[in-house]
Write a protein that binds this ligand. Structure first.
Ligand code: ZN
Length: 384
């Protein structure tokens, strides 16, 4: 979902970043404000004035979104949730949490903070625009302030739609969670509504597109796609997190993994191990001791004609911290490392001793069994 992020600044210890997609969006917003919205609403101003208004308006929107996300983050931190930072990307902002909320009340407070802050901003800008009208401030200044009042109201309104993972969906989720005490059920219901709302937006987008509203149609379609995907992903992530929580890596690892001796030639490694097991990485073990890791990437760097002479010992490197894990570590941690690095296997070590290998496949296998066994007896309808 995220491409390249640019770090902007830190506020109250929370890092604010923007995704490249947001830069494109900001330019699009400034452009559409300058050439169509402001000239339509406030006639007879110079094109430089419209551009200035457009740029200030886009900047104001940017600060409004940061204010909204900052409110989520500060309330979250007040309730003891570690916050990683705020990233602005094409569909607005995302406040990144280190972990999920621990209680329904925390979730409710966090979710409410954003829309409330946007409503406060909308009212504030509305008040200032009234003052400006009475004080006969210049038209462009009042215009931008009115726009900011409107856009903050829109931000609050859109986010209050009860479609998870929008704020309104989180509010619904926390209320359901508090009511029945079942987080998984609450998340399932609210993310199903979120996903449904996403589909409605997609259909609306296609309809708008067919009736000639290309830009509006494109936005509805894209936001619908994004919401639908985010809703499904949030639910899956929760199920995975709940199932793996508190399970040590030791439970999933293969204690007797395939290893290679350092004296093996690269040719044998390719023929007898890589082609046979289809793994990208093998631990190199010399009399019970882990001496390093050998990967297909290292093999690729050796010219074909040297495969016969070269030994694994010569090309193996020390296993990186990204590919090793302690047997007592939470399985969630293993999953997040795999997620981040794209590796599907991690080496489990105790000191310099290899104790096993944990693979994504084994963890997912356990997961689907556990979910299937526990799904019976939960509140609400069962999934297929
Ligand atoms: Zn929000």
């Amino acid at each position: 979902m995220f491409g390249k992020r640019i770090r902007l600044f830190q506020l109250f210890g929370i890092e604010v970043r923007i995704d490249w997609s947001w830069v494109i969006l900001a330019i699009l917003i400034a452009w559409s404000l300058s050439v169509s919205i402001f000239p339509f609403q406030y006639k007879g101003l110079s094109s430089q004035t419209y551009w200035l208004m457009g740029i200030v308006g886009a900047l104001g929107l940017f600060l409004s979104i940061i204010f909204h996300e900052m409110s989520h983050s500060l309330v979250a931190r007040r309730y003891g949730m570690p916050m990683k930072g705020i990233t602005l990307f094409i569909f607005g902002g995302v406040a990144e949490m280190g972990e999920e909320p621990s209680s329904a009340k925390t979730e409710l407070m966090m979710a409410l903070a954003g829309p409330i802050s946007s409503i406060v901003m909308a009212l504030l800008f509305y008040g200032i625009s009234l003052l400006g009208s009475q004080g006969e401030w210049p038209q462009p200044v009042i215009g931008v302030i009115q726009y900011l009042s409107y856009i903050n109201g829109l931000l609050a309104g859109f986010n209050l739609i009860p479609a998870f993972p929008l704020d309104g969906g989180r509010i619904l989720q926390s209320i359901l969670w508090g009511w029945k005490g079942n987080l998984r059920w609450a998340t399932r219901i609210s993310s199903q509504i979120g996903s449904g709302f996403g589909i409605v937006l997609i259909i609306l987008g296609v309809f708008q597109f067919l009736t000639g509203n290309f830009i509006g149609g494109m936005w509805s379609f894209l936001i619908g796609m994004f919401l639908q995907r985010a809703a499904n992903m949030s639910y899956q992530q929760l199920v995975i997190r709940k199932a793996l929580e508190g399970e040590p890596v030791r439970r999933f690892m293969n204690p007797d993994p395939v290893t290679v001796p350092p004296s093996l030639s690269v040719e044998q490694l390719v023929e007898d191990y890589i082609y046979r097991f289809h793994f990208k990485m093998f631990p190199v073990v010399d009399s019970e001791r882990l001496v390093g890791c050998v990967t297909t990437k290292q093999v690729k760097e050796i010219p074909r004609e040297e495969w016969r002479q070269k030994k694994v010992r010569e090309i193996a490197m020390s296993c990186s911290p990204q590919s090793t894990i302690d047997p007592q570590t939470d399985a969630i941690k293993a999953l997040s490392i795999m997620n981040r690095t794209g590796a599907s296997r991690l080496i489990v070590t105790e000191g310099d001793r290899l104790v096993g290998v944990v693979s994504l496949k084994d963890m997912l296998g356990f997961l689907s069994l556990k979910v299937e066994l526990e799904e019976k007896g939960t509140v609400g309808s069962r999934e297929a």
